[in-house]
Design a protein around this ligand. Sequence first.
Ligand SMILES: [Zn+2]
Ligand SMILES: [Zn+2]
Length: 298
Amino acid sequence: MLTAFGKSGRLWRGNLHGHSTRSDGAVSPEEICTRYREAGYDFVAITDHFLPEFGFPITDTRAYRRDGFTTLLGAEVKAPSPSRNDLWHIVAVGLPEDFPPTRDGETGPALAARCAEAGAFVALAHPHCSQLTSEDGLAIEAAHAVEVYNHKATIDADRGDGLVLFDALLHAGRRIFAIAADDSHWHFPDAFCAWVMVRAEANEPQALLDALKAGAFYASTGPEIHHVALDGDELEVACSPSDSVILVGPLGLRMAKVGTGITRARLPVEAERGGWRRLIVRDAYGRRAWSNPLWLRD
Ligand SMILES: [Zn+2]
Ligand SMILES: [Zn+2]
């Protein structure tokens, strides 16, 4: 949690999951980069569906990098099979452009591991939409993150949250992070609503990728988290005006400051109870930001 709010570098805003005309999206890779850049994003990853019908695309966006705007290469890789669905949907960001196609008989866990070995940051996409169980989530040992919010799945399926699976994996002892993403396809307005804020020295692909793997980021659909620090046994938080600042942990552990226009809060960590804590900030419109977990003494 705290690495996202350190003194070094600064926060860079990016979308980690979206689709172009290289798979089933409605907009070209170049136009997508232009749109995110003009919307104020610092970086974007286009993650087309890594399937044979699209030629196993690793969409090359390097030509669309500009001063102040960069891209990461990736894909939404697919393989059989979680318990209640035919294919895993796994977002892999930071793949090489020549990443080899899915192999015959390759399973989701094996494909995720191959993505991680190739250097990618790996996230379980839209767990609710894919009906992933805790056992499914645990099977992807290579995952760095759970997509706790997927915007497209929110607006066209009402299955955009991944928080239940995220907490289940934390309870099981997994050191795993939380991302939010648009999953933009551009057939209807589904962009610019969920992102990550990544702390890195520079807005450069490798620096961003290293920071993602280190958990030096937070996820948001609106609120900004300006500052988080441990002060004794309290977590000190500064954020954009919000109606709830919430800290949750194992089992039913939770504490919150609730009100109107909250910009500062101090919440007891109760470190003696051990485990992990994660911070949620919720604004007057119901938009949320999620920190990565803070792991206390084991
Ligand atoms: Zn998907
Ligand atoms: Zn997708």
